[in-house]
Design a protein around this ligand. Structure first.
Ligand code: SF4
Length: 346
């Protein structure tokens, strides 16, 4: 990792594209630093563990500091490291020794249904990293903008609170992004995520620390509607929890999108829970998926199945083909592999 990230990258647009004009998205990554790759969170809907692995491959602190020093000499650098992170920022420096020696367990997961005790959670190395990076000459502020696993923080009895205090004090730019994705146990189980109790504890702790430090920062929650197995009742319960327990009106809600090689995608296409072999209800009608989203963002859903966000998004779309799943009821097309699918419904 150190060797790859130590190469002399230009951190600029390729001259071929430069001729065509500015690329805005480069601004968000120009002064950000990758600390590691991989994720042992292994959420069922996410492809990161599939293509980066469930073992954290990390860089040394020296290598990261050297990159920050290089960034600090860039003309465009104004003193702000926009992100110091990876797929899950706070997995840096936390890895299972058993896994590193013998490989990942085949039949149990590192963070579901609970955080595995063998993981030996300790944010100490991240604290050291943040401390070293913020001391680099020319650096005014280091942000952790990548998502974090709040359950990992709550499982760290040694320095979880200290790490969170540090984030709130120095490394959050107004809001901290977390991704509970849902709060219904049934759906969290299908997603491979921990229950809502730990979310509530984290939320309380976050605001308690903010009060203590005199800060007014807040949490942003990423949530998913229409995950396989999820119906309108689940979304109403989630809405209820968001309003009464989290005291928010959710805005960051995405409709489940099947991603290659994930268990959730397997559920979506086969309508079978791959872990139990039982059939399950999967919402595939586009308008009804939008209705699930609308329940959460508190829009008027009395408009038949075509909820507000459906109409808003679809009236803008000129490309009708991308919404064809609604027209053909999203039945998988017949292909030559169909007969060999062992998960196929009988
Ligand atoms: S022992 Fe626990 S933390 Fe280690 S690989 Fe197995 S499940 Fe993951």
């Amino acid at each position: 990792m150190d060797e790859i990230y130590g190469l002399e990258y230009e951190r600029a647009l390729h001259p071929y594209y430069k001729k065509m004009g500015e690329v805005k998205s480069l601004d968000t990554i120009k002064h950000s630093v990758t600390t590691h790759r991989g994720c042992y969170g292994e959420c069922n809907f996410c492809a990161i563990a599939v293509h980066q692995g469930r073992t954290i491959s990390e860089r040394s602190i020296d290598s990261i500091v050297k990159e920050v020093e290089d960034i600090s000499t860039m003309k465009s650098f104004k003193g702000y490291i926009s992100d110091l992170g990876g797929p899950t920022a706070n997995m840096y420096g936390i890895e299972c020794l058993k896994k590193q020696k013998f490989g990942a367990c085949k039949d149990i997961r590192c963070m579901y249904p609970k955080t595995c005790k063998t993981l030996n959670v300790n944010h100490n190395k991240q604290l050291e990293l943040l401390d070293r990076v913020k001391k680099v000459e020319g650096v005014k502020k280091v942000f952790v903008a990548s998502g974090i696993r709040y359950d990992l923080i709550m499982n760290d009895n040694k320095c979880g609170t200290l790490y969170l205090e540090n984030l709130v004090k120095d490394h959050v730019s107004g809001q901290l992004k977390i991704a509970p994705e849902h709060t219904e146990d049934e759906i969290l189980g299908l997603m491979g995520k921990q229950g809502k109790d730990v979310l509530k504890k984290f939320k309380d702790e976050f605001y308690k620390i903010n009060d203590r430090l005199g800060k007014k920062q807040f949490l942003t929650y990423y949530l998913i509607a229409a995950h396989p197995g999820c119906n309108e009742r689940h979304m109403k319960n989630l809405k209820n929890f968001a309003s009464h327990e989290l005291k928010i009106n959710p805005e960051q809600v995405q409709i489940f999108t099947p991603t290659p090689s994930t268990y959730s995608t397997l559920m979506y296409y086969t309508e079978i829970d791959p872990f139990t072999g039982k059939s399950m209800k999967v919402e595939k009608d586009t308008a009804r998926k939008y209705k699930q989203k609308d329940i959460l963002i508190d829009k008027d859903t009395k408009n038949g199945y075509m909820g507000n966000s459906y109409n808003k998004d679809h009236s803008k779309s000129k490309d009708k083909a991308i919404h064809s799943d609604n027209i053909n009821n999203n039945k998988p097309k017949k292909n030559k592999f169909e007969g060999t699918n062992k998960f196929k419904k009988k």
